[in-house]
Ligand binder design. Structure first.
Ligand SMILES: [Fe+2]
Length: 276
């Protein structure tokens, strides 16, 4: 599936925003840590994305779009991202619901009739592969054999350009001991083998940890986006068990992809005093 509307041919450079974990919801959130002004904060982030110049070519949102997964929650999410005039790619997080998300994005993303919300799409010069890591009822995530079989087939055909793999649960450890145990807990070894043996260029985008970081994992760049809904603190103590939160400045990633390579930029957004 080729997603229309990209400005990607401009000078052969693509600019891609990576957002994550908006957790917007109409009713009280499932997650007690979600800030009461999460929707306002998400709208402010989107306003920055929509107003960025030069115009962005694509926007990736790596899960936890909503914090309840109701039809109304996805309508709210759609209204939040409405100002973005670029293709938007999403994957489900542990707080999403497959059927609600499938229905909300059926006209934008080629989910097909598969049980898991995996898809492959083309946008300008890039290939986008969305992976469904949700394990219903659990915080941690996994890649089921069906998903890995499908991915193996997709990756057996290297793309001409860059491939972006979107997933909610990070496969790459952060070193945050209190959080890593709730990341990708199933299928990571086989996924790592597929990434390592891929013959093209690959970049993995994830979320879930509410804490931005970057690493090289099995030879591929992996970036994990932060969250405007709440952010965990940078606690690198090896024995940490209770993740604390921190109200430090928020930023999202912008990837600049050209013939001269890919560059990761951080874009801060001031989310303070929205209602004052
Ligand atoms: Fe989240």
């Amino acid at each position: 599936m080729r997603v229309a509307g990209s400005q990607a041919q401009r000078n052969d450079v693509m600019l891609i925003a990576h957002l994550s974990d908006f957790h917007v919801c109409v009713d009280a959130p499932e997650t007690s840590l979600v800030r009461p002004d999460a929707v306002d904060r998400a709208r402010k982030v989107v306003a920055d994305v929509a107003g960025f110049s030069p115009k962005l070519d694509a926007v990736m949102v790596t899960g936890d779009l909503t914090d309840g997964g109701t039809v109304q929650d996805y309508e709210l999410f759609a209204s939040v991202i409405a100002p973005i005039d670029a293709p938007v790619f999403v994957v489900p997080g542990n707080h999403d619901r497959r059927e609600g998300l499938r229905a909300a994005f059926a006209d934008r993303l080629p989910f097909g009739d598969r049980r898991f919300l995996n898809y492959e799409a083309t946008c300008g010069a890039i290939r986008v592969i969305g992976l469904d890591t949700q394990i219903e009822g659990r915080i941690d995530g996994g890649l089921e054999p069906d998903t890995l079989d499908w991915l193996e087939e997709r990756l057996s055909q290297p793309a001409e350009g860059h491939t972006y793999i979107l997933m909610h649960h990070p496969p790459c450890p952060s070193g945050l001991a209190a959080l890593d145990g709730m990341a990708l807990t199933r299928g990571g070894d086989r996924f790592g083998e597929l990434v390592r043996s891929y013959e093209g260029s690959l970049h993995i985008l994830a979320g879930h940890l509410h804490r931005p970081y970057q690493t090289i994992w099995n030879g591929a760049l992996a970036t994990v986006g932060g969250s405007p809904a709440f952010q965990f603190a940078l606690d690198l103590h090896p024995g940490a068990t209770e993740p604390g939160t921190d109200d430090e400045p928020y930023f999202y990633f912008i990837y600049r992809l050209g013939h001269d390579g890919e560059t990761v930029h951080t874009r801060p957004v001031s989310l303070q005093a929205l209602k004052e």
